[in-house]
Design a binder for this molecule. Structure first.
Ligand SMILES: Nc1ncnc2c1ncn2[C@@H]1O[C@H](COP(=O)(O)OP(=O)(O)OP(=O)(O)O)[C@@H](O)[C@H]1O
Length: 643
């Protein structure tokens, strides 16, 4: 069952006993209306060389939208046209409350001030690029999206019927069971993928559907099919569909109810598409016979920046067009309508506070996210095998290098070397996994968080939960072979401890990598940074390559904050405590330095036995600490510009 909304008349009327008959009548006649009055959008750009730092670079203000006034009504499909940089996306951003600058003027949605909350409830934004999991089918993609988007109390049957409805609406029936596909595995076509992206947004039954360049990259037939699909949605369901478009083909012209041509952030025309040609004809710019009117007028409203002279001429022409339009009858009519609507006393303003669908709770969200990640991962053989066996690739090298260790004096050094390998390999392999596999998840997270579906905490918990079984398995294969083939302390309990340390290091390595990718968008930079941090941590705090005592004081202090200090102590105590080493006699024999492992511990890790359980707890605590740091990193960095 659909949720009641302010457009469900019975619901609204029964909720508003205080409404006068006039207001009731007015509401009855109302369709979702979007009013924009003298909207101005300014952004500030930092100018100057980057090395001056954010605080010392000069800020330069740039107006990307100026005096924008419009009224769009439900049931219409509106095309925002203009050349590149004319402010089309910025206009959508203003309506969708996704701006990064200062917005002045009024943006009203049915007499509600258009806040983030209102848009979250009634609007949907389809961005230019499709971000979908390649290994899910169209139906699964929509099912998981429905779990994340629809109110928590929605039942599975309701989800199913909603999914079927949008599949039908977007003409996806034939490909409902096909995989989305990606760059490697072919799946559905580009146009179908775009329709899936739109279908996801339709699940919430938005009253305003905004689409940024939905036809980019599609051939003319597919573009027309998509736009006519959108026009049907607008006309049949009373939704307001607003889309931006670069170079629309002439056959699209008749599909649009309203057209807005923009240039340099200002309106050159805004009105019914049927008025476009007449308007320009009246102001002295008739459309040449056989020309595509949209192409022709977009060109007319573009600034030609090829050289100074043509830039000056075209900018002067555009200024004149903007001015003429601002004084035109069409514009004045819109202005009057907008003024009238936005000045009405807004008795209904409280309604949006009155009705708020309860979003799914965090457990439902985590469940849906983990399920989606698992299904996507499980269907990709390369990723699956990489997650399970990449760590094991190092096993033959380690085993062949060390063989089965003896218990002589030389074997002490072998054991130290093995500890070093055991501490370094699991987190390094985790970096490889993280760098290769996390970016698509991150893109999806950015997009869905932008849509207000869930937060960083839910996403990170889901990500970690989905890698835990693979990390457990990969660490087990690594540990069981390395431990018993190389001949570490032959006791199953001690093997368990070794395995636990390898597992935590493998897991923490990936969490750190993910955290680093929250700060750096570039995976290579994240890779280098995290490798550097892990190498430094291992060198300064393990004491395996150089004794801790001989290092400078600052490294002693720094070591307390690294996982390697605690994990090294656990591993060496686990291996050396209670073990004995033989001493060779005769000429050329190695000096007999340590007869027992405890003597070795006494010399290099005197507290390792006493602090064994503390160290073990500290290692487990690092999982939580790194997860927290990762969440904070994502929160501080925020969501980058996705377009
Ligand atoms: N946050 C921002 N910071 C700096 N400049 C911005 C910002 N947002 C928009 N602009 C600038 O405003 C102008 C309009 O940008 P916008 O993306 O709205 O244009 P557009 O018409 O959608 O272009 P395209 O069709 O190429 O996507 C551009 O010059 C752009 O650089």
């Amino acid at each position: 069952m659909d949720d009641p909304s302010i457009f469900d008349l019975h619901y609204v009327l029964s909720s508003c006993a205080t409404m006068s008959p006039d207001e009731e009548e007015e509401l009855r006649a109302a369709r979702p209306t979007l009013n924009l009055l003298n909207v101005k959008y300014e952004v500030s750009e930092k100018v100057g060389p980057w090395w001056k730092g954010a605080c010392f670079r000069r800020s330069k203000s740039k107006t990307v939208l100026r005096d924008f006034t419009a009224q769009f009504r439900g049931g219409e499909i509106v095309a925002i046209l203009g050349s590149s940089g004319s402010g089309k996306t910025s206009l959508l951003d203003v309506i969708a409350c996704r701006t990064s600058g200062k917005v002045s003027g009024k943006v009203y949605y049915n007499n509600y001030e258009c806040t983030k909350e209102v848009i979250k409830q009634y609007g949907a934004y389809v961005m230019q690029a499709d971000r979908l999991f390649p290994n899910l089918t169209v139906r699964e993609t929509l099912q998981y999206a429905a779990f994340l988007r629809l109110p928590g109390r929605t039942t599975s049957q309701e989800i199913e019927s909603k999914v079927n409805k949008v599949i039908q609406e977007m003409g996806l029936k034939n490909v409902a069971e096909s995989k989305i596909g990606g760059t490697v595995n072919r799946g559905i076509s580009g146009g179908e993928r775009r329709r899936v992206t739109i279908a996801i947004q339709l699940l919430q039954d938005p009253k305003i559907l905004m689409l940024d360049e939905p036809t980019t990259g599609l051939d003319s037939y597919t573009a027309r099919y998509l736009v006519s699909n959108l026009a049907d949605i607008a006309h049949n369901s009373g939704k307001l569909v607003i889309l931006t478009i670069h170079q629309p083909r002439s056959e699209l012209f008749k599909l649009f109810d309203m057209v807005c041509i923009m240039s340099m952030g200002e309106q050159v025309f805004l009105g019914k598409s049927s008025e476009l040609v007449d308007y320009f004809g009246q102001i002295g710019h008739p459309c040449p016979t056989f020309a595509n009117p949209l192409d022709h007028y977009i060109d007319l409203a573009s600034v030609d920046r090829r050289n100074h002279e043509s830039e000056f001429d075209s900018a002067t022409r555009v200024k004149a067009l903007v001015q003429t339009f601002s004084m035109s009858e069409i514009h004045n009519e819109t202005l009057n309508m907008v003024m009238e609507e936005t000045m009405k006393p807004s008795t209904r303003r409280t309604l949006v506070l009155f009705y708020k669908p309860r979003p799914p709770n965090i457990f439902r969200i985590i469940n849906a996210l983990v399920g989606r990640m698992m299904v996507n991962l499980g269907r990709d053989r390369t990723i699956y095998i990489s997650r399970l066996f990449l760590l094991s690739l190092f096993v033959p090298f380690i085993c062949a290098f060390l063989g089965h260790m003896k218990t002589n004096q030389e074997s002490i050094q072998d054991r130290v070397g093995l500890m070093y390998q055991s501490l370094s390999v699991p987190p390094y392999v985790a970096i490889l996994n993280g760098v290769a596999l996390f970016p698509p998840m991150r893109d999806m997270y950015y997009r869905e968080t932008r849509d207000g579906l869930y937060g960083t905490v839910a996403f990170m918990i889901a990500y970690v939960l989905h890698i835990v079984p693979f990390t457990l398995f990969a660490s087990f294969i690594f540990s069981i072979i390395v431990y018993w083939v190389t001949g570490l302390y032959p006791e199953w309990q001690r093997f368990g401890i070794y395995y636990a340390v390898v597992f935590v290091l493998h897991l923490v390595g990936e969490i750190m990598t993910v955290g680093c990718m929250g700060v750096f968008q570039n995976a290579q930079i994240a890779n280098s940074t995290i490798t550097l941090i892990l190498t430094a941590s291992l060198l300064f705090s393990s004491g395996l390559l150089r004794s801790l005592e001989s290092m400078i004081e600052i490294f002693h202090w720094a070591a307390w904050f690294t996982i390697h200090k605690y994990s090294t102590e656990v591993l060496v105590a686990n291996e050396f405590h209670g073990s004995n080493f033989t001493c060779a006699t005769g000429p050329g024999a190695a000096p007999c330095q340590f007869r027992t492992g405890d003597e070795y511990l006494e010399a290099f890790y005197p507290d390792a036995i006493d602090n064994f359980y503390r160290n073990f707890g500290a290692i487990a605590g690092f999982i939580l600490s790194f997860l927290t740091v990762t969440i904070i990193a994502f929160k501080i960095r925020g969501i980058p510009n996705l377009n």
